[in-house]
Design a protein around this ligand. Structure first.
Ligand SMILES: [Zn+2]
Length: 219
């Protein structure tokens, strides 16, 4: 059992949807014809919904439900360099190695990669990672996988469990999977950076962003 989602979390999810960052999943994309390598949090309470949704999409596309799931706590939000979700980069390196290995023709030849973050994530809550930070880590993980494997089709998705009171949040279903637009997220975070000049004391939260080469601060 994990912590329930908060009203602030739901408001943030709503905001991401309004910004076009969280979108309905397009059932015609990506190419599932040879299967997919989903990178998912090991969370057993969400497994059935996340994988069931994906299997449904594959069936709709007329493809075999060939899921080669890679799972560790935190899922794709543990790929980016981050001492909380990915201490020592052990998980990041494991995921990167297995994504590459699975794509090899002599192994599985599965080239389509789906990166899944989710909320509420027990690991994120345990190590003090907020929903916004968890989403940022998913986006950075996508960048990292694409940098390592520029020829592999890689997309991100975000699963949300609105809890048993989901109807109070205006939801028809308790659990939802969204497509996560990397481009829209980057555009929004760049705009936030532009508005708040470096050194300015903003009232919002501050997040340290580390990548392989640079360290910046997103306000
Ligand atoms: Zn999780």
């Amino acid at each position: 059992m994990g912590s329930p989602i908060t009203e602030e979390d739901v408001a943030f999810i709503r905001h991401l949807k309004a910004l076009g960052i969280l979108l309905p999943v397009d059932p015609t994309k990506p190419d599932y014809s040879n299967g997919i390598t989903p990178v998912i949090c090991a969370d057993g309470d969400q497994r059935k919904d996340i994988e069931g949704h994906l299997e449904g999409l594959m069936r709709k596309a007329g493809c075999n439900e060939r899921l080669h799931a890679l799972k560790l706590n935190g899922g794709a939000a543990s790929i980016a360099l981050d001492d909380r979700m990915n201490p020592g980069d052990h998980k990041g390196q494991s995921f990167l190695m297995d994504i590459g290995g699975t794509s090899l023709p002599d192994v599985k030849g599965i080239r389509t990669v789906g990166l899944y973050g989710h909320w509420p994530c027990g690991l994120a809550l345990l190590v003090g990672v907020s929903l916004e930070e968890c989403f940022e880590l998913l986006m950075r993980g996508e960048t990292r996988v694409k940098d390592h494997y520029p020829d592999l089709p890689v997309d991100s998705y975000f699963h949300v469990d609105f809890g048993p009171s989901y109807k109070e949040f205006g939801k028809k279903r308790q659990k939802m999977t969204y497509f996560a637009s990397h481009r829209a997220w980057r555009a929004w975070t760049a705009e936030k950076n532009r508005i708040r000049l470096p050194g300015e004391n903003g009232a919002g939260s501050t997040m340290r962003i580390e990548s392989d080469s640079v360290t910046t601060v997103i306000m």
